[in-house]
Design a protein around this ligand. Sequence first.
Ligand SMILES: [Zn+2]
Ligand SMILES: [Zn+2]
Length: 327
Amino acid sequence: MNILEFNNELLTAIAGHLTVEDLKTFSIVCHRFAIIAHDDATWREMLYNTFGVTYKLPKDTWKQQFERKCTDPKDNRICPHLGAVTRQSLEPYKAPYNNVINRKPPQHNCVICAQNHYDSGLCLYIYNGNNRIRCKDCAYKFHAMRPGRHGILLRIPVLQMYCFTCSRQLGESRGDESEEYYVDHLLENLTHDSELGRQQLVKRRQCMFERGLYLTEADRKSVLSATPCFYFVDRMWLWAWFLRLCDGKLAVEPITNKALEDEDGLLNRDARPKGGSTTAFSIVTPKLWNYLVQTYGLSGKAFQSNEIQGRPEYTKLWQSIDDWKLI
Ligand SMILES: [Zn+2]
Ligand SMILES: [Zn+2]
């Protein structure tokens, strides 16, 4: 049979196995091949055959997702294993998820070690119908039993997804937007039958949003030029806030700026960015400061950079900011 007699479906499948260079050659064979080469379905095939990725942003074409993935050679922004998890494949996980989130005993104990690990995180190991509830340790052990398997872990109470092969959490603020979107879409499907599940998804989205804020609005060089001025925050509080976000949880306490206050109620002139034996501060933009005060409240005072600008008693504090080597 002559290749020119193949139907379009078969030609798309063949073209989907070509490299970008070979596809260009393929496209100049004839008009019909040119149409196949430019068809987005071909790029969908190429994305899967080259990288194993089967998801994209709704606004993008498959060709655009292919190009995005080409800029991710280390697989650290677009996990190729996540595509094996779909709305359909998650169906059997819905019932155990709901049992745990609603704390229906005895389901919220690990089936292997029988301990209750609700707060530290009960997990579902998403792989081919393995929908037993395990604690994190038992899930890791289960994964290690079969080398080469691409399991994904779902931490039920906080809705974090972890890819064992990529060794990272998926859909987080450092990942690609397409991965973030796809994880959110899967979690929405998993949680939408349960009131607590829906609430947890809202919290997860808030965590993602706040992590994004931290990355751009705190302890960066750009904060120094924030207008009208930047704010000082007790570093211990900010770190505790950020570490909780990484663990999928929101802060529980208002900003405690008392440690930055001297006996006259002014910013402690001995405060430094790095801490050690002295009081430590972080710096944040007004955007982040206002968000944090509105969301969590403030215990203590607000300290703004323009209040200490040009005051000789704060020369050393300003020097410490200059020496900070912010990026
Ligand atoms: Zn992965
Ligand atoms: Zn266990």
